[in-house]
Design a protein around this ligand. Structure first.
Ligand SMILES: *Cc1c(COP(=O)(O)O)cnc(C)c1O
Length: 392
């Protein structure tokens, strides 16, 4: 009998395992240090083992871990206060992941129209290249062959449009429309930003047709672009927004933020989560928010994003056979490649640098937001050596 992997083999894992981390560095057992420009897929916004987060987590761990949402949770209320104070939202529901946040966003939007006497408005319009998670609802929303094949029948009521195609969106909006759901910058789809003008126009189309706008800021939110939330660049606000990844700084946490109006249908008993918003996650999340939402911190993210981008433009110029262009915003940057990006990821391992591949032949660079200038320079040197090893 063959030995089947005890860990379900749904990932093609690199043969690396990290014993500890320090800031932007992930360290394997023999002490070899890898410069971490993946940050656990845009999660570790303050790097590994940030002293404030370690202190907050251990202090909370010594007091109370879990009580369930049958009771008031002060740490959860504090984090909700912070998120409301720094965003468009009036109210927040906490989840353990981005996928769960997407599920609630979908439910909330449909419930809104049920509540307001238009129960026929169930259709959610999404865009090709989207990624909202791996639940049955989230894969139906994104609709890509890779994610849905073999998992049917899919949940009905979703329709994918070409990315950024506003004419297609205009034509698709109807009296059945419930919401438009999109990432201001597609992450898994290959660091593909939507123009600010387009996001403005989508907001306007939603207003004209009474359709809700759901933004998925699971990857691009929490300071990653140099603003707390990416949609701030376009000067618009959504009705519902999902966040996760960076919000817990590495502790599993997600959230749905909404206006009071959009949340109108979500009364007691309509949704729940056993773990969502537990004291450990929310204590850490509140500390992350206190640090990341500071204007001085965000302007540093902007400055460092500019620095990394400038150096990456040089890298593209130096290796035109490997790279085509840089795109993205702040410290959410992508290198569009002329080779399979997985080749660059592998060549990076040999230079002790961690990066993440994405769709559309894109190599993602998602460093901790507190990476230093020296580490940025070191990262680009390592990417340069990795690219040279492929050229050779
Ligand atoms: C990662 C991601 C999700 C899913 O989050 P999980 O925490 O993996 O469930 C949803 N949307 C976007 C934009 C993401 O990047």
């Amino acid at each position: 009998m063959s030995e089947f992997p005890h860990v379900l083999p749904t990932y093609n894992r690199a043969p690396l395992s990290f014993a500890r981390g320090e800031g932007a560095w992930a360290i394997i057992g023999d002490g070899t240090r890898y410069l971490d420009l993946g940050a656990g897929i845009a999660v570790n916004v303050l790097g590994h083992a940030h002293p404030d987060l370690v202190a907050t987590l251990t202090e909370q761990a010594s007091r109370i871990w879990h009580v369930s949402n049958l009771y008031r949770i002060p740490e959860q209320e504090r984090l909700a206060d912070l998120l409301v104070a720094h965003s468009f939202a009036d109210t927040v529901f906490f989840t353990n992941s981005g996928t769960e946040a997407a599920e609630l966003a979908i439910k909330m939007a449909r419930k809104y129209f049920h509540q307001t006497g238009q129960p026929e408005r169930v259709e959610i319009l999404t865009f090709e290249g989207a990624f909202h998670g791996r639940s049955t609802g989230a894969i139906a929303a994104a609709g890509s062959e890779k994610m849905v094949k073999g998992f049917g029948p899919l949940m009905p009521g979703f329709r994918q449009l070409p990315w950024g195609d506003l004419a297609a969106l205009k034509a698709a909006l109807s009296d059945q429309s419930c919401a438009v759901m999109l990432e201001p910058i597609q992450g898994e789809g290959g660091i593909r930003p939507l123009d600010d003008a387009d996001l403005k126009e989508i907001r306007q189309l939603c207003d004209e047709t009474g359709t809700l706008l759901i933004l998925d800021e699971v990857q691009c939110g929490m300071g990653r672009t140099g603003r707390l939330f990416a949609h701030e660049y376009a000067g618009i606000t959504p009705d519902i927004m999902m966040v996760a990844k960076g919000i817990g700084g590495g502790f599993p946490l997600g959230a749905v933020l909404a206006t009071q109006d959009a949340a109108a249908g979500m009364i007691a008993g309509t949704h729940g989560s056993t773990y969502g918003g537990n004291p450990l996650a929310c204590a850490v999340g509140a500390r992350v928010m206190e640090i990341v939402a500071e204007p001085a911190f965000l302007s540093e993210v902007n400055r460092k994003g500019g620095l990394l981008r400038q150096k990456l433009e040089g890298l593209v110029a130096a290796h035109p056979d490997i790279f085509e262009a840089v795109r993205g915003q702040g410290l959410m940057l992508g290198l569009k490649c002329r080779i399979a990006p997985g080749e660059m990821v592998k060549a990076g391992y040999d230079q002790q640098i961690l990066t993440v591949a994405a769709a559309d032949d894109t190599l993602r660079l998602l460093p901790p937001l507190n990476i230093t200038d020296d580490e940025i320079a070191e990262a680009v040197d390592r990417l340069d050596r990795a690219a040279a090893s492929l050229n050779g």
